[in-house]
Design a protein around this ligand. Sequence first.
Ligand code: ZN
Length: 325
Amino acid sequence: MAHAYAYSGPVPVASFDSDQLKAYQTLKEWRESLITPSDPNSSTETATTETAVPRLRDPAWLLSDSTLHRYLVARNFSSEESLKMLRASLEWRETCGFIPETPSDFKCELCEDESTSHNFIPIGWDRKSRPVIYGCPARATNPTVPPIVHHVVHCLEKCWIHPRSSGQWVWVVDFNGFGFKEAMQTRLAIAFATTFSNHMPERLGRLIVLNPPSIFSILLTAGKQFVDKRTMDKFVFMHGKPDEIVHRLNTEHEIDMYLSNDEGPETQHDIEMRLMKEWIGKTLQLDATPGNLPELYDSPDLRDVQLVRNSPWHPQSWNVDKALE
Ligand SMILES: [Zn+2]
């Protein structure tokens, strides 16, 4: 499978100034030093001084150009700070075991056993080819923090290796059914905020918050100290009935899922975006309880990015194919 590492962040490489290009080059040279020691006689020294070497299963995956780019942007083009951050992320991957070698390494065993354990489901792509993930805390049954983070990281990385995906993502968080129990999940909020800020910089393109309760402000306050302003600016809050929310998704250009005004037939991408928004509307009509979700629309790409294949909300054809494998 061809990997898509396209990064649709705010600073294209073509517009880098000379200092920024120099910092970018420094990171590339560091990456090269991890892959092939410059002097064969110094390979032992390189391996011992740079502890990340034996961990690199595939530098093109772990340290792609777009990854270096994102870390630079996140650290305001300081090569020193970016390197520190990159090294910390390699350490984090090693500690948590997030070093996949093949797409089948992306998995969540808890959800394989019980599909309602977590609720974090790829539902399509927006106009910028960013994978859109739906999540609803009240539709999940397992509140333990580390496995939730494991699920989220594996799910996102599986989406990003898909050729259709750009390097960012859109998170649709459904707060229907959100109660005191979920509000006390401050450890989860902190784990998300630190994971996204420290190890997935410049990945989150948009965060759409559906029907947040007033108690949400507690979580927001807890998370705010860990999240930078640029991230906070990505929040879009939506209150209202399902059809009102779908209407906003269809019409507001800043959300990048709007209906096209072009005359002529819908493209396949337009059709899938429409089906995705219809799915969100149908979901919002259902009580927010575990497993209570409408069937997803059938799309080979959407099927390919599911972390868990055999879930009740998947189209029947996906499950039939699974049984034949
Ligand atoms: Zn899971």
